[in-house]
Design a protein. Sequence first.
Length: 272
Amino acid sequence: MSNFLNDEEFDLFKDKIYQESGIHFSPINRPILESRIKERLKFKQIIYPKDYYTLLMDNRDELNFLLDNVTTNLTSFFRNDTHFEALNSIVLPEIENRKSTLSNKKLKIWSAGCSTGEEPYSIAISVLEKLISPNSWHVEIIASDISLKSLMIAKEGYYSIDKVENVKQEYLTKYFDKTNGGYRIKDFVKSLIRFDYHNLKFDNGERDIDIIFCRNVIIYFDRNAQIEVIKKFSECANELSYLFIGHSESLFGMNSDYKFHKLGNACIYRKK
């Protein structure tokens, strides 16, 4: 089957997307990019891909819309059990113990590439469950994504029944309200989270972060973009902080400030 874009057009679009977001489209995932562009041409009633590319160069809103649509937003509550087991049984207790003598106890977590919010809400529930005295802590969870569409869903905090099938019944009762054939996150859980539109190519200005979740995101970046993102994470994070990345992702061979650790059944990284 022939490609929708010729090679020159494909290079124009993939280079622009890489320049703007760090997302790298290889020949293997070229069909994903082509299908998204084809959809926009049809919607905009544009015949030629190069005319659409000209529109992208002149119209920031359309460029943001395309970036929104080429990102993969597959997620679920408590996705990857081993990561949440490590967070609950090892990471949160270690941080709580280390900061136990501080008069001003702070816990700062970043869910980078939070998609439609299932990850940061899962983290918030874990914090509420596992901190001995969560009310004595100042907890801040930053949830960021490059997709405005996903962030709007995340801020709303409403999920259909099929979206919460991995959530324990006791958590549904404590942290969700059943409404309109689905479930809505309760306000006291939402209050722990600040949603932020953010492109990982840039510094978000945050500092002193204890835990970073960035799972199944850097797999879409080439090596140079990965190195830059990990460097930015290190600048944002405090000493002894933790980094959770996806199972198919690795910092192997990368000169970074993070060291690989096996915590229980989970493979994560910790700042040296």
